[in-house]
Design a protein around this ligand. Sequence first.
Ligand SMILES: N[C@@H](CCC(=O)N[C@@H](CS)C(=O)NCC(=O)O)C(=O)O
Length: 231
Amino acid sequence: MSLLFYYVPHSTSNVTSAVLDEIEYGLPSPLAKRIELSIQAGDTKAPHYLSTVNPNGRVPAIVHDGVSIWESAAITMYLGETFGVAGSSDYRKQSLYPALGPKRGEAMKWIVWGNTTLADAVSRLVATLPTGTPGAVEQGSQDFIPENNKRSLEEAEAKAKAKKEITKCLDILNGALHDSDFLIGQGYCLADTHLWSFVSYICILGVSLNGHANVKAWTARIGDRPALKHE
Ligand SMILES: N[C@@H](CCC(=O)N[C@@H](CS)C(=O)NCC(=O)O)C(=O)O
């Protein structure tokens, strides 16, 4: 079995990194070989990377037995199905991901929601951040917006709108965690770690969780899991 994980530190790769940490925790050796790339050095735009790993020139990406899989949501679902379901492989006795059925659907719902509804609002907030602010897109990235392209009034409006939408997402998440310690009532699953990684990034951007007590407690609960202790 060959599993390669291409990543850039402090990027969307953190999602896959945390998911892999959960899957590998307690195993005698890691499942994935980690390959660090640099956006600034042009690694994600290198012809070999574009043609064999990810034509989008982005991370994270995995290559499992020669097949490339990109988009962090797809990667989490694939790793969960392949290595996280009890009895699905030699690697895992305890379930980290729901078996086929409605609970699997719930896990997919939260993973995709994080990457679309929540991430869309977050990326619009990030687009307004001055270069150098924690969490801002760095020069060299295909998403970088030069300072002189930012128009102050429109930026302020865009920022307020993005923040309002992030708050709405946090309201939804807070409601879902009202009477449950985890996203899916039956207990922890990899969807918690996937979404936790996105919410942790929002905190780096300066969004406070103080008005969302359930989300705040859940964030601490998932971040305190032993598999993530070295992060
Ligand atoms: N929707 C993609 C987003 C991945 C993404 O945008 N990754 C950024 C790093 S956070 C990247 O690779 N950027 C390369 C570049 O900007 O050149 C996912 O969830 O995997």
